[in-house]
Design a protein around this ligand. Sequence first.
Ligand SMILES: N[C@@H](CCC(=O)N[C@@H](CS)C(=O)NCC(=O)O)C(=O)O
Length: 253
Amino acid sequence: MNHPELWQIRFSMYPEKARWALDYKQVPHVRHSLLPGPHVLTLMPRFGQKSMPILRHDGRVLKNSATVLDYVERTWPDPPLYPADAQQRARALEIQKWFDDEIGPALRRAAFFEWLPHTEYAARVLAGGLPAWQQKVYVSAFPCIRAVMRMDMQIGAAGAETGRERTKEALDFVVRHAAETGYLIGDRFSIADLTAATVLQATCLPLEYPASAPEPRPAGWQRWLERWRDHPGLDYVRRIYRDHRGQSCAVSE
Ligand SMILES: N[C@@H](CCC(=O)N[C@@H](CS)C(=O)NCC(=O)O)C(=O)O
C-alpha cells in the first residue's frame, strides 16, 4: 500500500495542519518526526527545503502547508475541507492565507520568546518520544540550536510585542466571525477553521493537540497562557479541536 509520507516536527503548527487534514479524511499515512536543528541535515539533501510540512505521495512532493492541504483535498475529497460554494471557498482560502502568512509567524515569535529560554523544558518537549539518552544529547545541544532558531524566526522583544497584538487580533477575529454559526465560513467546519484553530492552539493547548505540554510549566510559558485565559476566542479553539480534530491515522511514527 502506497501511504503518503509526512515530514513533520511534532510540536509545531504548520505540520499540524497537514496531520489534521489527513486524520480528518481518515487517510493512513506515515509520519517522519524530526528535531529542529538536525532536521536540516535530513531535509536539505532530499528536498532542497528545510521547512515542514513536506508530503510525498505517488512520486509527488508537496511543500508548504497550503499546497499540502490542497493536494489532500483534491486526492481525498471526502469529507470536504473546502466549501462547495465558490465565493465561500475563496474566502476560506483567504482566511487560511492570513493565518498562515501573518498570524502564524507573529504568534510563534511571541510564544517562542517566552518558551525558548527554558532550555531543559523546551528541548525535552521538542524531543518528546525519543529515548532518554537522545533527549539528553538534545538538551546539551539546545543552546546552539536555539540561537539559530532565534535568528531564523527573528525572535526578540519587539517581535514578541507585535506577536501578542496580532494574536489578540486573531482571537477577536474568530469570536466575531464564528458568532453566528460557530464556524468562520457558512455553517460547517472548513479549512478556515482548521487553520485558525491550529495557529491559535498555542494560546490554550487543547487536549486533542497531538503533542504534550507537560506541567509544571516554566514561568514565562505559564505567563503566556495566562495572558489568554479569559479571552472568549479560546472557547472557539477548544470547541473546534474537540468536535473536529478526530483520531490519528498515522500508521507509524
Ligand atoms: N508557510 C509555511 C511555514 C512552514 C514553517 O514555518 N514550518 C516550521 C514548522 S512550524 C518549520 O519547519 N521550521 C523549521 C525550518 O524552517 O527550518 C507553511 O505553511 O508550510
